[in-house]
Design a protein around this ligand. Structure first.
Ligand SMILES: [Fe+2]
Length: 251
């Protein structure tokens, strides 16, 4: 279901507010990360409600999102790191990274007219927040004890680090995220019938599938990726936002 199109709705103002809220939130997350604590659900919800309230999302989309966030808290998404050796390799790194991707995607959204005409803020939110759902439950936190850490992982004494477990199946990075998202979508819709009419677009799913761009290609995949990025503008935007967020840390 698409949001109601109100001719008086000021899209520029909405985008600027979303960018401001997101900058503020990311600064707060940095503090949480520094302290080594966990991000409180309340803090994330306050940010997310501000974003939702300033956007023109339908009430069903807002409801769906709220249920999705509750489900994600249950899965450990908000505690998880984004990687072991690279970006966000600390507690809450995954949510910091995902909202960082959202931040850059909104910046593209502000500049590219085609994106604004074709996609809603709901589409951008779902793509950014869910592109790395494959990382849920993938890393185990370890404490320094001198014995159980594999030699490849170098630890500072007081710093919690993570090791990869072998829960990842043979699906690729993007496909695994789609599977998790669709699983959560089914659960939410079966438990909350008012969310039934919420639609996650094919383009959103396709952008999640290809968000790694050329880092995730082999053989026939190259042809498929080129086709996807030509037909669906969200594909490149998601990939660039992901790359920018994981490569830069100086918003
Ligand atoms: Fe990512």
């Amino acid at each position: 279901m698409e949001p109601i199109k109100d001719p008086k709705f000021d899209v520029d103002k909405m985008i600027d507010s979303v960018i401001d809220y997101t900058e503020l939130f990311l600064t707060g997350v940095k503090e949480v990360v520094k302290s080594g604590k966990e991000l409180e659900e309340k803090k994330f919800m306050t940010y997310w409600f501000s974003v939702m309230n300033s956007s023109n999302m339908s009430s069903q989309q807002c409801l769906f999102f709220t249920h999705l966030i509750n489900e994600l808290y249950e899965t450990g998404f908000f505690r998880s790191p984004a990687s072991i050796k690279y970006h966000g390799n600390y507690r809450c790194g995954l949510v910091e990274h995902s909202i960082g991707v959202f931040y850059y995607m909104v910046k593209f959204y502000r500049e590219v007219k085609d994106l604004r005409e074709k996609y809603s803020m709901f589409d951008i939110m779902i793509t950014a927040l869910c592109h790395d759902l494959c990382k849920i439950g993938l890393y185990n936190e370890v404490k320094y004890d001198g014995n159980t850490i594999p030699p490849s992982v170098k630890l500072d004494k007081d710093q919690p680090k993570f090791i990869k477990n072998n829960k990842r199946r043979s699906f690729g990075h993007g496909e695994q995220s789609i599977w998790t998202l669709k699983d959560l979508e089914c659960k939410i819709k079966s438990e909350h019938s008012e969310c039934d009419i919420v639609d996650i677009k094919f383009d959103v799913i396709e952008a999640i599938r290809w968000h790694m761009g050329r880092y995730d290609l082999s053989g026939y995949g190259e042809f498929e990726y080129d086709k996807a990025k030509r037909n669906n503008k969200l594909v490149l935007v998601t990939h660039y936002a992901d790359d920018l967020t994981s490569s830069w840390d100086n918003r």
